[in-house]
Design a protein around this ligand. Structure first.
Ligand code: GDP
Ligand code: CA
Length: 326
């Protein structure tokens, strides 16, 4: 039994986990009784209350993508979606008109909110929601508490919810700082901590290093669990040749003073041998020149193609990440 725990954000994380699942299916079969298992610790910093409903964008991207129910063309949300309810909400002036919630997607948020109102934790609600689909992986939120990423912009300074900065303003307002509202009284979820402690390998998906992985890492208890686990921690670079592939991660990295490069993100995470996060770091072929410096910093590395163009290509990335763990 190989237990693999993955830290992941939404779309990038979901693509990676889909490839990892395919790799393990080819290798040994997966699921109940199978020799391998995958637990995904999902970012919840993008979560928000909207139109009275608890919306968890990254958990839902993971659930829809792994269920095969996602809209591949648009890149987010459900396939075959309609927007009748959203138009009604806009007519009532409820919600954000630029943050469309599809009808099928709304059912997820209604179901989740109903479960939370019944007293379930987000972990329990996620278990109930995902039971409907054949995901072949276990999804757990990084925290059961409401910790929401806000972005400080402008002069005079004002604070926006991350989704407003990202979706409405397309990350175009320079971010001064990211703030995790509610973190003082929060804790990493017990299920996430257990999955990290029990893992044979921990993988850090090629997700946004600041607002997906960074948000997970800042949760009280998370870094301690990652440094205590006996499992090697291997990351896959979300940056290829100095560019944030599909996304605006560069705007987030700039705000925390980290250069947009595979090597800079690796040193931002830091070598585990010197108190950081990672034992290994997989980079793209285009970044092969950074290998000697990373090795010298105590990080095992390899350079391979890192574009997650399709599931087969992503399965190879997952295989190569696991190879760094042994
Ligand atoms: P989000 O929560 O939906 O923003 O998704 P994630 O945080 O999980 O992932 C977004 C990040 O994935 C982007 O900022 C990119 O840096 C990275 N990414 C997207 N596509 C690829 C790819 O094909 N290869 C690699 N290596 N990284 C990618
Ligand atoms: Ca996200």
């Amino acid at each position: 039994m190989t237990a693999i725990t993955v830290l992941a954000g939404g779309v990038g994380g979901a693509r990676f986990v889909r490839g990892l699942r395919q790799h393990l299916e080819q290798l040994d079969g997966i699921g109940a009784g199978g020799p391998s298992s995958i637990t995904v610790v999902a970012n919840t910093g993008d979560d928000l209350w909207l139109a009275g409903l608890r919306v968890c964008p990254d958990l839902d991207s993971l659930m829809y993508t792994l269920a095969g129910a996602n809209d591949e063309v648009r890149g987010w949300g459900r396939v075959g979606e309609s927007e009748r309810v959203s138009a009604e909400l806009t007519a009532y002036g409820v919600g954000w008109p630029w943050f469309t919630l599809g009808d099928l997607d709304l059912a997820t948020h209604i179901a989740r909110t109903s479960m939370l109102r019944d007293g379930l934790t987000l972990s329990e609600a996620t278990e109930r929601l995902t039971a409907r689909w054949d995901l072949g992986v276990t999804l757990v939120p990084a925290t059961d508490d409401e910790v929401e990423t806000h972005v400080e912009v402008g002069d005079p300074v004002r604070e926006l919810h991350f989704e407003e900065w990202w979706v409405r303003h397309r990350a175009a307002l320079p971010a001064r700082r990211f703030v995790q509202r509610g973190i003082e009284t929060a804790a990493a979820s017990p299920r996430a901590l257990e999955a990290i402690a029990a893992a044979d390998v921990v993988l850090v998906a090629p997700s946004n290093p600041v607002v997906s992985i960074g948000t997970i890492l800042e949760l009280p208890g998370m870094r301690a669990a990652l440094s205590a686990t006996g499992a090697p921690v291997i990351g896959v670079s979300p940056i290829i040749a100095g560019a944030a592939v599909r996304g605006m991660a560069d705007a987030c990295l700039a705000a925390i003073g980290v250069e947009t490069s595979a090597a800079a993100v690796a040193s931002h995470y830091g070598a585990r041998s010197t108190g950081g996060l990672i034992d290994g770091w997989l980079v793209d072929d285009a970044d092969a020149a950074s290998l000697p410096a990373l090795e010298a910093a105590g990080i095992r590395t390899a350079a391979v193609p890192l574009w997650m163009t399709d599931v087969a290509a992503t399965a190879k990335i997952a295989r190569d990440a696991l190879a760094l763990a042994t």
